[in-house]
Every structure is written in C-alpha cells, then in structure tokens.
Design a protein around this ligand. Structure first.
Ligand SMILES: Cc1cc2nc3c(=O)[nH]c(=O)nc-3n(C[C@H](O)[C@H](O)[C@H](O)COP(=O)(O)O)c2cc1C
Length: 356
C-alpha cells in the first residue's frame, strides 16, 4: 500500500465485535500500570481507541478479591474498555466472563501471551498456545456463555520451534473470537530481541476477516504507521511506548491527518499531566498512590523534562505534599535534562523468563 493509503487507514474507525472504536491505536495491558488513573489521564490527551485492564486472575475476579476489584475499577469516562482475564481452567474463565457481563463491562480479552512462570504453571497465559485444540475449546465456552465480544492476546508461539500463532489465530476466528492481538515475540524471548513483524504478517495472512492488532516496540507515530504498512494489521496496541510518551496516541492522529510541525506538548501540559495522573491515582488509591506512582517516574523522566535528581526523588517520595514540592521544582527546572534515553529503557525485564 502507498503511504497515503496507509494514512487513510490510520484515520479510519474500526469495528470489533459490536463495538465501534474511533481510532485503531489501543493501549496494551501493562500489569501494575494500566489502572484506571493511567487509562483516564491518557484518554484525556486524545487519540486512544481502546484500553485494556491489567491481566486479572479469573477465579479471583468472580470470587471478588479486593485486588481484582481494584484492577477492574472503571467509570463512564473510561470507555471503551476491555477487561483481560487469565486462567488455565475453562470454568473459571466462563464464570469471570459472566461476572463481567452482569456488571456492564463491554469486552473481554483472554490472555494467552503472559510468560510469567506462575501464570504458565497453572496452564494459563502463553501455555495455552501449546495446545491449539484445548485453547479453542476453552474460548468457545467463554464465547457461548456471554454476548460480549471476546478477544485474545497472544505471542508468536512458545518458542522459535513452535510458532503457533497463525494457526491458533485462524482457529480462534472460526471459534468466533472478535479480534486477536499479537505481540511479535515468542514466550521464550520474553522482551529480548526486536519484534518480528514478518511473524505478525503471517498471522494477518492466516485469518479471513478478523481484525489483527499488532503489538510490540511501537515508540513513535512512524513506528505505528510502518507497523500497519509492513504487517497489514487492522490496529496497533501500544504498551511501553505510551508510558515513555503519553502523547503518542494524539501524535499518531496528527501524523495520520497529514499535520506537520512540532507536536510536543508544552511545559504546562506536561506538568498538568503529571498532576492529573497523581490526583486520579489518589482518588482511587488514597495513601497508596505515592507508592504506585513511583514506578512511573523512570518512564516519564526524560520525556517530561524531569531532571535526573528530581526523577530520583519521584521514585522515592512519601507524601502528596512532597509530590507537590517536587513538581514545583520540575516546573522551575523543566527541560534542563539533556539525556534523551529514558531510565526505564535501560531496565526492561531480561534474563531467562523462567526466573521472572
Ligand atoms: C510491565 C509489563 C506488564 C505487562 N502486563 C501485561 C498484561 O497484564 N497482559 C498482557 O497481555 N500483556 C502484558 N504485557 C505485555 C504488553 O502488553 C505488550 O505485549 C509488550 O510490552 C510489547 O508491547 P510494547 O513494546 O508496546 O510494550 C506487559 C508488559 C510489561 C512490560
């Protein structure tokens, strides 16, 4: 496709199941980060078509554990939203799906990509990719239990000798899955190496009409456009790229609209973003908001012009007053930082995935 055609596609809305999504650029789930506050503050910046919650253990959800209820907390501003569930047991997934439907949630995403040992050990996450028939039976049961659109998020396969994603995605389409998100790495790769766009394209080619959402390593609007162009995907999910640059969805819309020129947010917009994110977190988590917010400091530091000593303080602050004082200093010294590589980029999870 020509670039102009790709940009036209980037501007087009997308229908997944019974849901009309205004853009094709989605927030990928990031456990520990994609809580209500982060989703909301990103939505306010514009351009995001769909968000998904962190993964939630199905049995913990239907049994209403406090932590699970916190993970699926939402409100009318937080739309459209899918809730991601995981389990190795069909009955738990079915019960969780019904629980979500009964409470007005609008979309269910089943995790088949998580590489963590504790998830795989119980037969969930990426382990489901090792048994196509079993995974399909499981998903069929969920689909027949609810009227909501059911989507699946997977990797390319368990390892390079078992690239099962094309076959699995085709089987999922036949089973009635509304869309598949594909992270272009295997389970064995963890987060190492670069994303295999060719592998994603093979998934796109293996299905008939089902939208395929491509995922992995999209950090800039150009990455998003080239992901669409090279893979033929219908949509793109962005995870870490949204923490490194919360304005990425808005920037993509501008590029898609053919706008040129500087799209950087102003200093005041950046400061206001920090304040809003913390304020939303405090509304939901009260005194725990300081601890929860600290994790974002390493992702936000470079892009939001936070000098390194202040980023360091944001990783340790204890009270809302201290947060206000640090942000006041960021305002005074904004842009002083010259290094452009964010701290978080140096610390992605690595090592053998068995040890995570
Ligand atoms: C800290 C972290 C937490 C994640 N949590 C989830 C999760 O809960 N569910 C899921 O399907 N994927 C999860 N992922 C994977 C991401 O959704 C995404 O597939 C991966 O990070 C590659 O995309 P990216 O380069 O845009 O981040 C997580 C990734 C990271 C780094």
């Amino acid at each position: 496709m020509e670039r102009s055609e790709i940009l036209e596609l980037c501007r087009a809305p997308l229908r997944i199941g019974n849901r009309d999504l205004s853009t094709r650029f989605f927030l990928a789930p990031l456990a520990g980060y994609t809580h209500l506050a982060f989703r909301t503050v990103l939505r306010r910046l514009g351009g995001m078509g769909l968000a998904t919650t962190d993964l939630v253990q199905a049995s913990m959800l239907w049994s209403e554990s406090r932590k699970s209820l916190e993970l699926v907390a939402t409100n009318s501003e937080d739309r459209p939203l899918s809730v991601q569930i995981f389990s190795g047991r069909t009955e738990d997934l079915v019960k969780a799906a019904r629980w979500l439907q009964d409470r007005g949630y609008e979309g269910i995403d089943i995790n088949m990509g998580c590489p963590m040992a504790k998830v795989n050990g119980a037969g969930g996450g990426a382990r489901l990719m090792c048994n196509t028939d079993g995974a399909v039976r499981m998903v069929e049961q969920v689909i027949s239990a609810v009227q909501l659109p059911v989507t699946v998020k997977m990797r390319l396969g368990w390892d390079s000798t078992a690239l099962t994603a094309p076959q699995l995605a085709a089987a999922m389409e036949n089973a009635g899955v509304a869309a598949v998100t594909i992270h272009g790495r295997t389970r064995a790769q963890g987060f190492q190496g670069s994303v295999n766009r060719d592998g994603i394209r093979q998934v796109v080619q293996a299905v008939k009409h089902m939208p395929v959402i491509a995922n992995g390593d999209v950090r800039t609007p150009e990455d998003a456009v080239s992901m669409m162009q090279e893979t033929g995907c219908a949509a793109v999910a962005i995870g870490r790229g949204a923490m490194l640059d919360p304005w990425i969805f808005r920037r993509i819309q501008r590029v898609a609209a053919g706008e040129t020129g500087d799209t950087d947010p102003t200093r005041d917009e950046q400061i206001s973003f920090l304040e809003q994110h913390f304020c939303l977190m405090t509304e939901q988590h009260q005194e725990r908001s300081c601890v929860l917010f600290r994790k974002f400091a390493a992702w936000y530091g470079a892009r939001l012009g936070i000098p390194e000593d202040l980023e360091d303080r944001l990783r340790r602050f204890e009270t809302a007053e201290e947060f206000g004082e640090i942000v006041g200093r960021v305002r005074e010294r904004h842009g002083e930082r010259s290094r452009t590589i964010p701290t978080a980029l140096m610390k992605v999870p690595n090592g053998p995935v068995e040890h995570w």
